[in-house]
Design a protein around this ligand. Structure first.
Ligand code: SAH
Length: 455
């Protein structure tokens, strides 16, 4: 196909769809154009930026007929910052779009016809993230800047607040960069590898209100440690833990290996439902705990536990779903590839007094077949894989071992649809799919699918 439009051409188009990057999609004689800032059901005048063989890119010059769901993005930094993609779409519009997206993907990719329910969204879809990882740097004048990255770049949009982060993160964003000069701390310049402060990570436990602030520095020696602690305590009066992490490498990875306690406790404690979790500077933890609870309640509901079931939780992370299920199951066995996460899972099981859980580090697709060989069977299997979906060997094991119910928690509808097709072909029936909005204003959507073995 040769492109029916040319670079720099201006034309008026109707927007049919939205991509995973939040760009509108229009077709000109079947040729897709991806258009920054445009929403489905809009007519827009656009400027073609680039044409490739099979698709092109454009930007909006003027919205001729806006979508009824278009709103003014509430955040001043929305157009530059790469954090959110959908603030120009009303929240109801976002939920509707996500519901349709999940349904379309199920039908198109998996030929899955189970009902897809309306997305469970948030009542108050702002300030929901419990972890902010804020890069610090310098502008050309040598002044400290802090904020999030522009889309697909490593340049920081200097900002004083973020509508999806906590107030404590805003206090650090706006306040700390002003104080750095008096503390004798330069922020880090990734081009020259000079300066000290690379990132500040702020974590807040929603249930207990405890806050941890982590300073990620290039060197161990902080020039005025006590003064730095006092500044953080002034900016974030409810801080309960101040940590330092040292990362001396030339890398985009945020954390180094060395974590030091500067003041207060080493961990903060949060709860999801009735289960308590200890969160350290580097431990994995869901970023939207309010919706995590909604997601896990759905998984628990679909697992339909009566108290005598043996459950396997594959891809269990720090055991959040496992411990949630352990409240109602006879036993729960969790497997996860990251050994540190399994250590956290074991610690959290002890913290909560569970004696019916067992955790093992390793690839789910190898560990679970071995468990079966050892006679450790499951009545209910829960999977929560990363974006690429379940390993094929794990799906094969499920089809051979035939647990009665499978609950599939997914962060990627496309791989969910693919895997559900394999499970349906092998003897399962998808009963229903419940999408949950874990990341308002982004294009991401989690979904829980409930499958039963055909009898
Ligand atoms: N269920 C957890 C985490 C889900 S994220 C929660 O709700 O918090 C997916 C997890 O799968 C990650 O922790 C990742 O480390 C893990 N993982 C990736 N590949 C894996 C594999 N082959 N076997 C086991 N775990 C794996």
């Amino acid at each position: 196909m040769s492109a029916p439009v040319k670079k720099n051409e201006r034309l008026s188009v109707y927007i049919e769809d939205l991509t995973h990057d939040g760009n509108g999609v229009a077709k000109v004689e079947g040729y897709p154009l991806f258009i920054q800032g445009a929403l489905p059901n809009e007519t827009a005048e656009i400027h073609v930026l680039k044409t490739l063989k099979n698709y092109g890119f454009a930007k909006v010059i003027d919205i001729i007929k806006p979508s009824p769901d278009r709103v003014e993005a509430p955040c001043d930094y929305f157009k530059q910052c790469g954090g959110c993609q959908l603030q120009h779409l009303s929240y109801e519009g976002q939920l509707k779009w996500k519901e349709n997206m999940v349904r379309n993907v199920m039908q198109r990719i998996g030929k899955i016809h189970a009902p897809v329910h309306p997305v469970k969204g948030m009542k108050e879809p702002w300030h929901y993230r419990n972890k902010a990882q804020i890069p610090f740097s310098e502008n050309e004048a040598g002044q400290a800047i802090a904020g999030f990255y522009k889309t697909k770049t490593h340049s920081i949009v200097d900002m004083d607040r973020c509508l999806i982060q906590t107030g404590e993160a805003d206090a650090i964003l706006a306040g700390l960069k002003k104080e750095l000069a008096t503390l004798g701390v330069r922020s880090y310049n990734e081009h020259t590898h000079e300066g000290m402060l690379r990132h500040v990570v702020i974590r807040k436990a929603r249930a207990t209100g405890e806050v941890m602030v982590v300073l990620v520095t290039k060197k161990k020696k902080l020039p005025q440690k006590e003064a730095a602690i006092a500044v953080i305590q002034k900016l974030v009066p409810n801080v309960t833990s101040i940590m330092q992490n040292v990362n001396s490498e030339k890398t985009n990875v945020i954390f180094g290996d060395d974590t030091i306690n500067l003041w207060g406790k080493d961990v903060i404690i949060d709860t999801i439902g009735n289960v308590r979790f200890e969160i350290s500077a580097r431990s994995f933890y869901q970023v939207n705990p309010e919706q995590t609870e909604v997601l896990y309640k759905q998984a628990l509901d679909y697992a339909d536990l009566q108290g005598d079931e043996r459950v396997i939780d594959a891809y269990c992370g720090i055991g959040t779903i496992s411990l949630f299920l352990a409240q109602k199951a006879k036993t729960v066995m969790g497997v996860e590839i990251v050994p540190q996460a399994i250590e956290d899972a074991k610690r959290n099981a002890v913290l909560n007094g569970f004696t019916n859980t067992y955790f093992e580090a390793g690839p789910a697709e190898e560990v679970i077949p071995r468990w079966y060989k050892e006679g450790k069977e499951a009545d209910v299997l829960v999977v929560d894989p990363p974006r690429k979906g379940c390993d094929e060997a794990l799906l094969t094991t499920i089809l051979e071992q035939r647990p009665k119910r499978v609950v599939y928690v997914s962060c990627n509808p496309a791989t969910l649809a693919r895997d559900l097709r394999i499970l349906e072909d092998g003897g399962y029936q998808t009963q229903e799919i419940q999408p949950v909005d874990m990341f308002p204003h982004s294009t991401h959507c989690e979904a829980v699918a409930w499958l039963k073995l055909n009898v």
